[in-house]
Design a binder for this molecule. Structure first.
Ligand SMILES: Cc1cc2nc3c(=O)[nH]c(=O)nc-3n(C[C@H](O)[C@H](O)[C@H](O)COP(=O)(O)O)c2cc1C
Length: 196
């Protein structure tokens, strides 16, 4: 008899039900420091060819959320959109403050004679997905976002990224659920999977 191993053996499986919660629907009171450390420690356990750690995580929490919102996001938005409406300025002034904590993941590839840059970039995507799943597995609301400011040079600089080399893979927003999210359209395996 084949033994069922691990969590995928039940209908109630976390990975079969995992769902992001939109940042705009999160509550943003602080999360427990222990939980944050668990999310980070588990989140960085990702496949990483050559153990190069070609990524960095910047934790944005407490007053830093407001500081980055105002000093970087809003300032850059105004510079790029001088005629912006009051309504859009209001949205941009509170982007990060939608969450309790935001984990910025920076892809930071290194020179290597054998391991391609592509694999280092992929590993950084794995960090994003792992952080997201870890936060969700603890019951938090979480979402992986880039929005426009992931591609902004000042944001990259503020987070300590190297211009022209490092890139922001995403911002993992973590907060509290107000309600359970609705399911979204999921891929039909028949359309995306085939057997060789
Ligand atoms: C790299 C990346 C960037 C994303 N950026 C955004 C974004 O800027 N805005 C947005 O609405 N969704 C964005 N998403 C999509 C959401 O994270 C996600 O697909 C959606 O919330 C459903 O996620 P779930 O499968 O975890 O439920 C992005 C996804 C990825 C992988």
């Amino acid at each position: 008899m084949r033994r069922k191993v691990g969590y995928l053996s039940t209908n109630n499986n976390f990975f079969l039900r995992r769902r992001s919660v939109l940042a705009k629907k999160m509550q943003n009171h602080p999360i427990k420091e222990d939980d944050l450390q668990t999310i980070i420690n588990a989140g960085i356990r990702v496949p990483d060819h050559g153990a190069l750690n070609p990524w960095k995580i910047r934790v944005i929490k407490d007053d830093k959320l407001k500081i980055l919102d105002e000093d970087v996001i809003l300032t850059e938005f105004k510079r790029e959109n001088p005629d912006a409406s009051d309504e859009s300025l209001e949205i941009e002034s509170k982007r990060l403050q939608r969450a309790s904590v935001v984990l910025a993941v920076i892809s930071s590839p290194v020179e290597h004679p054998k391991i391609p840059n592509w694999e280092m970039v992929l590993s950084s995507g794995a960090v994003c997905m792992n952080l997201l799943s870890c936060a969700q597995s603890l019951g938090y609301a979480a979402q992986w976002l880039t929005e426009w400011y992931a591609y902004n040079a000042k944001m990259l600089e503020y987070l300590g990224g190297r211009p022209g080399v490092d890139r922001i893979s995403g911002f993992i927003y973590i907060g509290y659920k107000v309600e359970e999210p609705h399911e979204r359209r999921r891929p039909d395996p028949i359309k995306v999977v085939s057997y060789i």
